[in-house]
Design a protein around this ligand. Structure first.
Ligand SMILES: Nc1ncnc2c1ncn2[C@@H]1O[C@H](COP(=O)(O)OP(=O)(O)OP(=O)(O)O)[C@@H](O)[C@H]1O
Ligand SMILES: [Mg+2]
Length: 361
């Protein structure tokens, strides 16, 4: 009896430590914790690989203070969120990066967030849903890449720095797609999703076009979205558009996972002072009004633009910079929010394994 209860007590203690570390109730962290022989294992349901070592150290120190000497392992396993529509083959979660307004930085945020999630240990793909104005091939610096096809029916996604991507920009010249009518653009988007041989992905990040038109409706009604992130700039006009985006997503029952305020402030390189070029606090207010988490606030920064425009996104080109860390923080917040707020799919029958020919990382 004594022996069978002892591990439970230790695991309970472990769950308490993890709960305190993340400021969560213990009911939340209990399922993450187990004892495996003489090892204590914490399996986080979100990606935070850069933080594992710190958490492990914190747990070991706290246990040692209680005279408990056990090896601790921290690992992660990202669940699939439940969706009404059946899952796309090999994709656990599809996350749309949207905004009501154009030019607020959806594509820049999508690509940097994708690399940030990957640096946190997730397997990530990027889908460019902007059929009329694809940006992803430019931002990945591979506009002349073309998806190969092994079977003549499916496309191999383009691989870049440990990510996979697909975009209409890899398939047809921009001027061709620009004249397509709505239904044709929607069909092209569905094909990009369904006819790409995706490897097993924790997240497919979808860079949405601006506005609330056909493509947005197709995404919301025909694609099993786990949820959407709204990108906004802090000024009134962009916020009004962000509200339209939130309203549309609410109407079609796509969970809004949180907000990212982009071009939040400008920080002077020489003196470090912050200037709120596009007004201040708008994202926070919007987040409060809709009871949504503010996942991140990215500065207006020349490096972000230069890297995006030159085909080497900041997070992948300068992973050690404070800006890359800010994107990783947003990525961890997104992943954690998803695991805490969305119910997990009970079966993962759509996860078939990596198709032959796709190397991932
Ligand atoms: N935080 C930032 N700091 C500096 N420049 C930025 C930032 N975010 C985006 N940009 C720049 O702003 C421009 C617009 O960004 P982006 O293309 O990502 O916006 P978008 O919302 O995807 O636009 P569209 O609605 O046309 O798809 C780009 O030149 C990009 O490099
Ligand atoms: Mg864009």
């Amino acid at each position: 009896m004594f022996f069978s209860r002892k591990p439970d007590k230790t695991v309970e203690h472990l769950a308490g430590l993890v709960a305190k570390y993340y400021s969560l109730p213990i009911e939340e962290t209990r399922p993450w914790c187990r004892q495996d022989n003489d090892k204590l294992v914490v399996t986080l349901p979100f990606c935070a690989a850069t933080q594992h070592q710190r958490l492990r150290q914190h747990i070991e120190d706290s246990l040692q203070a209680k005279e408990i000497h056990a090896a601790v392992e921290v690992t992660q396993q990202i669940p699939s969120a439940q969706t009404k529509l059946p899952g796309v083959t090999n994709i656990r979660n599809i996350v749309a990066i949207a905004s009501g307004k154009g030019g607020v930085g959806k594509s820049t945020t999508s690509i940097n967030l994708a690399f940030a999630l990957q640096q946190e240990g997730a397997r990530v793909g990027v889908l460019d849903a902007d059929i009329y104005g694809p940006s992803i091939p430019i931002m990945l610096g591979n506009t002349s890449a073309r998806p190969a096809s092994v079977d003549g029916k499916h496309m191999q996604p383009i691989e870049v720095g440990g990510l996979v991507a697909n975009s209409i920009g890899y398939l047809v010249p921009e001027e061709d797609a620009a004249v397509w009518r709505g239904p044709m653009a929607s069909r092209a988007l569905k094909q990009l999703i369904d006819e790409t041989h995706w490897p097993v992905l924790d997240y497919l990040i979808v860079d949405m076009p601006p506005g609330t038109g056909d493509i947005q409706l197709t995404m919301a009604q025909q694609v099993p979205l786990s949820g959407a992130v709204i990108v906004t700039t802090p000024q009134d006009l962009a916020l009004a558009d962000a509200q339209k985006g939130i309203a549309m997503l609410n109407k079609v029952n796509v969970p809004v996972l949180g907000l990212i305020e982009n071009m939040s402030y400008y920080q002077c390189r020489s003196c470090g002072a912050k200037e709120y070029v596009f007004s201040h606090g708008g994202g926070t207010k919007l987040a409060e009004r809709y009871d949504l988490p503010l996942l991140g606030a990215m500065p207006l920064d020349m490096q972000i633009r230069e890297h995006a425009d030159s085909g080497a996104p900041l997070v992948s080109a300068e992973p050690d910079s404070p800006l890359a860390e800010a994107y990783r923080e947003a990525a961890r917040a997104l992943s954690m929010t998803m695991s805490l707020t969305l119910s997990a799919r009970t079966d993962e029958t759509n996860i078939k394994g990596d198709p032959i020919g796709v190397r991932f990382q």
